[in-house]
Design a protein around this ligand. Structure first.
Ligand code: GLA
Length: 386
């Protein structure tokens, strides 16, 4: 049995004196397609082996008691007297999901829960979505209700939007709920359909954590989203029935550039060119043209750095160092931005050498320690057999 699951089940037994079920939902790394999800566009993430586990067992009443092993804190919540807003801590992700599940018609039973995670926190690997989706899985299981992956992803996104206050898109919750071992998912964030994009066994996804922590709730992330919405408002008179930047081609944006202030234009340019790069990366991966996929990733990084302005000097350093290293097809920042991780597409045989170059180079260049993870795409949420 998985050691993390055994520890969570043991902790549960010790605190609550019963045998739990254990639900799992993974973090994710996004290969390409950043900030395109809330613009109805395309993304290509993969679920990770890093995951959040929730050991759970139903209670006869309507209370939720949640203990976090990593925070060493217990929080309680009454489903019949839900607080309108959160407490501004980790428990918001759990209780926000419970509130939104109920609003979506899933009548929940009370439950005791123990949360454990090995997803690095605040690093752009979606620790929040892993907590939301694993909590949803555990709460539904404890209530004897089915886990419908796409519906649950939408409910978890609502929890983060309306309860936590971060206007995220659907990507992280979707891939945490629906991920497939050995493949990335090409997700169309408008139709919510996805296609598996197999990651060849001779390719590795090398994730480098800059150790610069981001804080998304509010702030810069939401500001980027507003800039995209402003772009749509300003382009509408010229382009007619557009609903989102998904509906704007790079050519149409160029032709109407004069309608937009420079900053809004550059924000929009990132999104419309990024959508094209995601589709190109998918084509290239399927064709085995790893160099072309890498080129799209490198261009994505430049666009995030120069047009969307969501990188920082440390992740620029890591991405540029990887891009210049033999055995690396491409490298870019992954996730919401302002710190966190880079992802590099690497020849399997070069992983050890590339990892060492990144660690040594980062220490000399930025005076910090980078953690390197050699990742394989894993399955989305499910029950861990005990
Ligand atoms: C965060 C959000 C996602 C997505 C990415 C950027 O991870 O949760 O919805 O917008 O940032 O691509």
């Amino acid at each position: 049995m998985n050691v993390q699951a055994r520890d969570a089940a043991q902790e549960f037994g010790h605190r609550f004196g019963r045998r739990p079920t254990v639900s799992r939902a993974p973090g994710r790394v996004n290969l390409i397609g950043e900030h395109t999800d809330y613009n109805d566009g395309f993304v290509m993430p993969a679920a990770l082996e890093f995951a959040t586990l929730v050991a759970a067992s139903p209670r006869p009443d309507r209370r939720l008691n949640v203990y976090s092993m990593i925070m060493d804190e217990l929080r309680s919540f009454d489903l019949d007297a839900p607080a309108a807003t959160g407490r501004h801590d980790w428990s918001d992700y759990v209780f926000g999901v419970a509130v939104m599940l109920e609003r979506a018609g899933r009548r929940l039973q009370g439950a005791d829960l123990v949360v454990s995670t090995d997803v690095p926190l605040g690093s752009g690997l979606s620790s929040s979505a892993a907590l939301e989706v694993s909590s949803a899985h555990a709460l539904l299981t404890a209530s004897g209700l089915p886990f419908q992956p796409i519906a649950v992803a939408k409910i978890c996104q609502r929890a983060e939007n309306d309860y936590v206050g971060m206007r995220c898109g659907i990507m992280d919750q979707y891939v945490s709920a629906c991920g497939v071992a050995g493949a990335a998912l090409l997700i169309d964030c408008r139709t919510l359909e996805s296609r598996n994009v197999p990651i060849a066994p001779n390719l590795k996804l090398l994730v480098a954590n800059s150790a610069v922590r981001h804080q998304h709730a509010g702030g810069e992330y939401n500001a980027r989203r507003e800039a995209c919405e402003e772009g749509v408002r300003l382009l509408k008179p010229a382009l007619g029935a557009i609903r989102a930047l998904r509906d704007v081609t790079p050519e149409a944006l160029e032709a109407n550039r004069k309608l937009l202030p420079d900053l809004i234009y550059r924000r929009c340019r990132h999104i419309v060119t990024e959508n094209a790069r995601v589709l190109e990366a998918e084509r290239a991966l399927i064709a085995g043209d790893f160099a072309a996929c890498g080129a799209a990733m490198n261009a994505s990084h430049a666009s995030m750095r120069d047009d969307f302005e969501i990188t920082c000097p440390e992740v620029d350093f890591l991405a540029e160092l990887a891009q210049a290293t033999l055995g690396v097809y491409g490298s870019r920042m992954t996730g919401g931005g302002f710190g966190g991780c880079t992802v590099s597409l690497v020849e399997a045989g070069a992983v050890k050498r590339v990892s060492q170059i990144l660690v040594d180079g980062y220490r000399v260049g930025c005076g910090r320690d980078a953690e390197i993870f050699d990742c394989s795409p894993s399955d989305g949420a499910g029950l861990i057999p005990l």
